[in-house]
Design a binder for this molecule. Structure first.
Ligand SMILES: [Zn+2]
Length: 330
């Protein structure tokens, strides 16, 4: 039975080494350590700057490099459904549906299978396909929205609300602007406006660079950078920095699952999320037929308790690995 838990990232100690998923720092000493990165959001990708061998999809690496401007060293590209082997562990990346290149990791050990989700979305979007499920003994999953009141409207109606609000602002002579995550959410909005409107989409430099990675990966999008000359045609503005499009000429909006319960003074707020909502998280557990569910991030305690009581599955927040366990391993 391997030891697993949180140790600055989800960690599995196997007979042959230490597997660390989405570490939260670059300080990863210790022999036989391998690092796996689930996706290119800042709270997951810091391990790409660490020394041990690193694994992620090519898209995740490219987005990271587009932000940091430097190549990742000691790195191995992985592809969905193509396993890699580290000691006696077989690790298979499978689609997480959260953003371009986002992956879960299915870890097959001699005596058990473990699925680590990273961040997942369990519904299709304009830029991603819903997370793939995989049967496993132990499921280690996120619970960002693991609270019963977080159930999102269907995506089409959210898309419709965003487009309607945007066009109505333009009809009033006001410039619509969205503050969004530069990676993932921005590209979903670009795709939305490209698909359902004729509006130009103006983006800041960070969003533009990441969108180019999406286009190069086959998810084409039309946008222009803020620095480009404006020709007076109607445009919607996307930025990762709220100060970029601030001022009376702009109507401001945000897109986040938290919009369901946020007090968005002066803002339009749409519950468009790249995470699974409460119902989807439960459905994902059922579909994976896990015997044990460990939960990290978000509503960990609330969600684990619900899973135990309503689904009758052993569940609790991901335990922290004792330091002495890690020290004895070094
Ligand atoms: Zn994420």
């Amino acid at each position: 039975m391997p030891e697993l838990g949180w140790a600055g990232g989800f960690t599995i100690l196997t007979r042959d080494g230490r597997l660390v998923f989405d570490p939260d720092s670059t300080c990863l000493c210790g022999r036989n350590c391998s690092v796996f990165i689930s996706h290119a959001h800042a709270d997951h990708f810091i391990g790409l700057k660490s020394k041990p061998p690193k694994y992620s999809t090519q898209q995740t690496r490219r987005i990271f490099e587009s932000i940091h401007g430097k190549p990742v060293e000691n790195f191995f590209d992985i592809e969905f459904n193509k396993p890699v082997h580290v000691g006696d562990a077989e690790i298979t990346p499978i689609n997480a549906g959260h953003m371009l290149g986002s992956t879960q990791f299915l870890v097959a050990l001699p005596d058990m299978t473990i699925l680590y989700t990273g961040d997942i979305n369990y519904t299709d979007t304009l830029t991603t396909v819903k997370a793939e499920r995989a049967e496993c003994d132990v499921l280690v999953m996120e619970a960002t929205y693991g609270e019963p009141s977080y159930i999102f409207p269907d995506r089409e109606s959210i898309y419709n609300s965003i487009v309607t609000w945007t066009l109505s602002r333009i009809a009033q002579g006001i410039l619509p602007s969205f503050k969004v995550y530069a990676a993932g959410k921005a590209q979903e909005l670009i795709r939305l406006f490209n698909t359902f409107t004729n509006l130009d989409v103006t983006t800041d430099q960070r969003i533009s660079r990441i969108s180019e990675v999406y286009s190069a990966s086959g998810c084409r999008m039309r946008h222009r950078e803020l620095s480009a000359t404006r020709d007076g045609s109607p445009s919607v503005y996307l930025t990762a920095d709220s100060s970029t499009f601030n001022g009376e000429e702009y109507a401001r909006a945000v897109t986040t699952g938290w919009a369901l319960r946020m007090n968005a003074k002066g803002l339009a707020a749409f519950p468009l999320s790249s995470h699974a909502d409460f119902s989807q998280l439960l459905q994902f557990i059922r579909d994976c037929r896990a015997k044990t569910v460990y939960v990290f991030t978000g509503y960990m305690g609330v969600f684990a308790d619900y899973v135990r009581r309503k689904l009758g599955i052993v569940s609790r927040p991901l335990p922290v690995l004792p330091q002495k366990t890690l020290c004895s391993f070094h």
